[in-house]
Structure formats: structure tokens, C-alpha cells
Design a protein around this ligand. Structure first.
Ligand SMILES: Cc1cc2nc3c(=O)[nH]c(=O)nc-3n(C[C@H](O)[C@H](O)[C@H](O)COP(=O)(O)O)c2cc1C
Length: 278
């Protein structure tokens, strides 16, 4: 019996989940304890933190060992303010304030530019880079790298939150960061010491029975979604969030163009950045 394990699994899956077969060690405990942090102290990161995170990022598996990503560590206060402003959906809105609080914002860049230059220098057209798969490959590898870095930060007692809103105004960010052709900011990641005055809870997930399929894809059991609503509701109440069901969240995410906050223009921004997306 491991009471910490039980407590973490209960927060992750709610009361209905029986976690008997889940294995446990320090790495698993750290990964399963993840929660996004949205309140940071302004303290600098301990020396070597960024470099350790990048070593972890570079240790992730990577498509064809092509190494098609980069990361920009933004530590400049004014630049962080600008980026926070750009990430907001509307002028004057207050979202993503944590970008300004924390000491570092990492911009994770899907980056074909390095290889594009190197391939063209050897006299070829680098035609493959004009295909959707190259874009996807670099985006996938960027995400795998970033998540490794996130796990390292969390293992060091730091907190992170991803910022997909960095794609809201992709063209402006590309200009501001002087991104070369064939690169774009896939997402940001705020990194810092969590402010202990705001204890973030583990956010529950849907049942494994909805996401884990053995041998073929099984039809969804909607009663499991209904069961999740209770855990979703308790989490929102405990975290002081306004009332909303998971189904409402899904519906907004699937139907509201306002939810996209500018990301509906991503394709044209990517084309301007030189991606072919064929
Ligand atoms: C690619 C990506 C982009 C995200 N973008 C944002 C964002 O712009 N702002 C934000 O507050 N959280 C963002 N998040 C955090 C998610 O909202 C969060 O991971 C999710 O609600 C689950 O909560 P948890 O991370 O605490 O488990 C993002 C997460 C991912 C993976």
C-alpha cells in the first residue's frame, strides 16, 4: 500500500478508478503529479536549469535524427511583456499574466531552417521541406523535446505551463523573434518557481478505458464520460474556477472560432514563413 500513489491516482482519475496494476517509482510519481502552474515567483532559475532542460529535450527520440527544432529562452522583461500581449486574444485582455511573472519563457520552434540552409548549400532544392509531413515531423519532434524538458523542470521542483496561445499571432511572433524561413513558434513554455500561495491541483483526466484500446479501436462508452463530469466539476470548484461541464469545454473547443484567438490564420502565417504544406 502506497498512500501517496493512491492519493495521486485518485486525483488523476477520480474515485471510480481502481489503480491496482499501476506500477510506481520516483520517475512515475513525478510524471503523474504534473499540474500546470499559473502563479510563479519572480526568482531566477537555479544556475544550469535551462541547459539541463535542453539536454533532456535533446535526449528525446527525434525523427530520422534530423534534429529539426530550436528553443528561444526569453529572459528579457520587456520582451516577455510584448510576447504576453501578443498571446492575448483581445487588446486589453489579461490572460497569460504568468508569462510576465516567471523568469523565463521558452519559445519552442519547429525548425526546418537549419537543415534547409545546409541542404541548399550542397546544391539541392530541399523539396521535402515543402511537404506537410516535414512540417508535422518538426512539430512532433518539438513537442517531444519540450515535454522531456518539462519533466526535468518538474523533477527539479519547478513549474511549467505550455502556451499554445503563442500561435495566436504567429506572423507577428515570427517577425518579433526574427525567425528564419521554414520555422515557427509551435508553443511557449513558462518556467519558474511555483508561488506557494497558490497550490495548483492535479487536473483529473478521463478514464483509461476511453483512451486505451487493445488490438482494435473500441466504441466509446459514454457512461465513462458522464462519470468524468463529477471529477471535472469537483476540480473546478476546488480550484475556484467558474462552473462549466467538460462537454461544454469540448463544445467551445470544437465550435467557437473565438476560442481559436487568431490561430484560424495559422495556415497563412505558415505559408508566409515558407512552409509548403503540400
Ligand atoms: C500544447 C499546449 C498548449 C497549451 N496552451 C496553454 C495556454 O496558452 N495557456 C494556458 O494557460 N495553458 C495552456 N496549456 C495548458 C493546458 O491548459 C493544461 O495542460 C490542461 O488544461 C491540463 O491541465 P494540467 O496541465 O494542469 O494537467 C497548454 C497545454 C498544451 C499541451
Amino acid at each position: 500500500m502506497n498512500s501517496k500513489k493512491d492519493a495521486i491516482l485518485e486525483q488523476r482519475y477520480g474515485k471510480q478508478y481502481t489503480p491496482d496494476s499501476i506500477q510506481w517509482n520516483n520517475t512515475i510519481e513525478s510524471i503523474l503529479s504534473h499540474r500546470s502552474i499559473r502563479n510563479f515567483l519572480s526568482d531566477s532559475l537555479p544556475l544550469g536549469t535551462i541547459e539541463t532542460m535542453v539536454a533532456a529535450a535533446q535526449s528525446a527520440s527525434v525523427s530520422g535524427n534530423l534534429q529539426q527544432w530550436s528553443v528561444i529562452a526569453v529572459t528579457d522583461k520587456l520582451l516577455k511583456e510584448k510576447l504576453a500581449k501578443i498571446s492575448r486574444k483581445a487588446e486589453g485582455a489579461e490572460g497569460n499574466y504568468y508569462i510576465e511573472q516567471a523568469p523565463v519563457l521558452l519559445l519552442w520552434v519547429a525548425d526546418l531552417s537549419r537543415n534547409n540552409i545546409l541542404a541548399k548549400e550542397s546544391g539541392a532544392e530541399a523539396e521535402i521541406h515543402n511537404y506537410l509531413d516535414s512540417f508535422l515531423m518538426s512539430s512532433i519532434d518539438t513537442a517531444l523535446a519540450a515535454q522531456n524538458a518539462a519533466l526535468v523542470a518538474e523533477s527539479l521542483g519547478l513549474g511549467i505551463v505550455y502556451i499554445g496561445a503563442m500561435r495566436n499571432q504567429a506572423e507577428e511572433i515570427a517577425k518579433l523573434m526574427e525567425l528564419p524561413p521554414y520555422s515557427y513558434v509551435t508553443f511557449g513554455m513558462v518556467v519558474g518557481k511555483p508561488d506557494p500561495a497558490f497550490a495548483a491541483q492535479i487536473r483529473p483526466r478521463i478514464s483509461q478505458d476511453l483512451v486505451l484500446h487493445f488490438n482494435k479501436y473500441h466504441k466509446m462508452d459514454t457512461s465513462l464520460v458522464e462519470a468524468y463530469e463529477d471529477d471535472f466539476k469537483s476540480f473546478r470548484i476546488q480550484s475556484g474556477m467558474k462552473e462549466k461541464t467538460w462537454l461544454e469545454t469540448i463544445s467551445i473547443g470544437a465550435n467557437s472560432l473565438a476560442y481559436m484567438g487568431g490561430r484560424e490564420n495559422l495556415r497563412s502565417a505558415l505559408l508566409k514563413q515558407g512552409f509548403g504544406l503540400k
